[in-house]
Write a protein that binds this ligand. Structure first.
Ligand code: ARG
Length: 593
């Protein structure tokens, strides 16, 4: 499918006389109208003609540049492209079914495209991961997997917040509350210490100065301070790792802010030499104006007491990463409230004359909002990620329980056709594994399916609803594909992937499903260029709906063995696309539900 999209885009490019990528083609919701569409609104405006008239003209011109498998036709204000159905069915099915298990459909050979530094998750040490951290973690991990799958050389970095005055604060807390290096502390206890000292600092202002002094000592490599700080980092990382493991997330590098500390002095020196640094009330800053010439708050590089700041470390980090990875793109997945910070960082890099400065981008995201009493009353100030997963898992258990009861009741009453059978009993371990996979899948999918820049409305009943547009709905569709294939094998219908039968797939529901399955690579490419996993999430929902229509309208295990073969192939192709898409998003695939 991707090949055809590229061919269509090339034909458009020839006519327009400018770069035109397949990403710019629209994907008509009903593929019966066309596989891709080129909207003519913009051109029409430029040429002061009606979009439909422009579409008419273009359709003919473009046709001359298309290979014989693709036709073009004006449909209202669009030029639509249609791949000849017989070409499409045979080539698509065999492409999707190539290779074992999930095959390679939609992938590009590893490391054949540019290098991409992707920074995500980046929580602060001595604070638990909270629900909000799911956003950069889940989105970053999804882009990371998809990027690699699509041939980019991805370097993932977790930029831990592990440096700054707050670690001086913790050191003061250790002393003040009689804790020592020898004490075994849990994350909870560490957080409590931090909360306590901050509360005390309100009453006793001298604590602030003590913390500043302590941090300065840490910056000067004081051994006692360094040991305390290391301990705090270790306790936190252990806690983060537990959650990262549940989410299936890992990084190439966990390079916190502290990692770049040797680069800070040379950086300030370079800035000073270049004349960019200006003294302001004892501190050193880079004055900034944006592209429109508007004044921005200056970027503070060094405080009056000589201490460095968050921004200093980001500047050093960017330069270090470029020197090491010569990236073609660097993406920071960080909350929208840091928009100004990144604007400042990128501007300073530009002022430093670094030609790669405009390869850096900040992908912002929104907040978490909790609905329903269940969540908002827990733990007060914030809801930890662990809490969110726990609440989701409890709800999944309830729903699983209910399913079992409903199925047993139906079997007992034998009201359903074909004599429903009671589901096989599950061991506690299996049940727990499934509930974990469903809960993680539900929470992750819900987050990713929300446009990153919007806030996430979290209502646990909606998030885990097996029937809504949710992770569990997709996971269930996947298990259903597997069940159909299993049933076919059990009933002696052996099937092999013989694609000559694919020409039998002519029913509109079959065509719509197959064509949509073929769009996976196009959606992956769009997911990467817009940095929105919601693109892929919505696509998978569409696949699931079309699969539902197909299953409703076409009998898979019918009397005609050839048609049965073809339909089983379509079920297997659906299974692969769903499994691939969900895995790339970080949604686990339970065996059964
Ligand atoms: N640790 C920061 C926070 O929790 C986010 C770090 C974002 N990344 C960066 N390079 N500044 O707010």
């Amino acid at each position: 499918m991707e090949r055809f999209a590229n061919q269509a885009a090339q034909a458009v490019e020839k006519i327009l006389g400018r770069r035109f990528s397949a990403n710019e083609l629209e994907l008509p919701p009903d593929p019966a109208f066309g596989d891709f569409g080129f909207p003519c609104f913009k051109l029409a405006k430029e040429e002061k003609k009606s979009p439909a008239a422009v579409a008419q003209e273009l359709a003919e011109k473009i046709a001359a540049h298309l290979p014989p498998e693709i036709t073009s036709k004006a449909v209202g204000p669009y030029v639509n492209f249609l791949v000849k159905p017989d070409v499409l069915t045979s080539s698509l099915l065999s492409d999707i079914l190539k290779g074992e298990n999930l095959g390679t459909y939609g992938s590009l050979p590893p490391e054949t495209r540019g290098s991409w530094v992707l920074e995500y998750s980046s929580p602060n040490v001595a604070k638990p991961l909270n629900s909000y951290h799911l956003r950069p973690t889940a989105l970053g991990a999804a882009l990371d997997r998809i990027g690699r799958f699509r041939g980019f050389k991805v370097v993932s970095i977790n930029h831990l917040g592990d440096w700054g005055k707050q670690y001086g604060m913790l050191a003061v807390a250790f002393k003040k509350y009689g804790k020592t290096l020898a004490d075994e502390l849990s994350m909870r206890e560490l957080v409590d210490l931090y909360v306590q000292i901050n509360a005390d600092a309100k009453e006793q202002p001298e604590i602030q100065q003590q913390a500043r002094d302590a941090f300065l000592k840490l910056e000067q490599n004081d051994p006692e301070m360094t040991a305390l700080w290391k301990k705090c980092v270790q306790i936190s990382l252990r806690d983060f790792d537990r959650l990262y493991a549940r989410l299936g997330v890992s990084f190439d590098h966990i390079w916190g802010e502290s990692f770049y500390r040797a680069q800070l002095a040379p950086l300030t020196e370079a800035l000073r030499k270049s004349g960019l640094l200006v003294e302001s009330e004892g501190a050193w800053v880079v004055p900034l104006t944006d592209e429109g010439g508007r004044e921005l708050p200056p970027c503070i590089v060094q405080k009056s007491d000589g201490a460095t700041l968050y921004a200093t470390r980001d500047l050093a980090a960017a330069i270090y990463r470029y020197e090491h990875f010569k990236f073609d793109r660097m993406t920071y997945i960080v909350g929208g409230e840091q928009k100004l910070h990144f604007q400042q960082i990128f501007l300073v890099l530009k002022k430093m004359g670094l030609p790669w400065a405009d390869r850096c981008e900040h992908v912002p995201f929104g907040l978490y909002k909790f609905k329903g009493a269940k969540m908002s009353t827990r733990k007060g100030i914030f809801v930890t990620l662990e809490d969110v997963l726990m609440v989701a898992k409890e709800r999944v258990f309830e729903l699983m329980e209910k399913r079992v009861q409903d199925a047993a009741a139906a079997a007992a009453a034998a009201t359903s056709p074909a004599g429903a059978t009671a589901p096989a009993p599950m061991s506690i371990e299996t049940k727990d594994q499934i509930a974990e996979a469903v809960a993680v899948g539900a929470v992750v999918f819900h987050d990713l399916h929300t446009d990153p820049v919007k806030d996430v409305d979290f209502d646990v009943d909606r998030v885990v609803d097996f029937e809504g547009e949710t992770g569990p709905y997709l996971q269930y569709a996947h298990t259903r594909c597997k069940a159909i294939l299993r049933k076919a094998t059990e009933s002696g219908t052996s099937f092999s992937y013989v694609t000559e039968n694919s020409s039998l797939l002519t029913h509109p529901a079959e065509m719509a499903l197959l064509k949509t399955l073929g769009r996976l690579p196009l959606h992956l490419e769009r997911t990467l260029s817009f940095s929105k996993a919601s693109q892929l999430a919505h696509y998978l929902i569409e696949v699931t709906k079309l699969f539902g229509n197909f299953y409703r309208d076409c009998r898979v295990l019918g009397d005609d063995p050839k048609l049965t073969q073809a339909r089983l192939m379509l079920v297997e192709a659906t299974r692969r696309i769903l499994a691939r898409g969900l895995t790339l998003l970080g949604v686990p695939l339970p065996e059964r539900m």
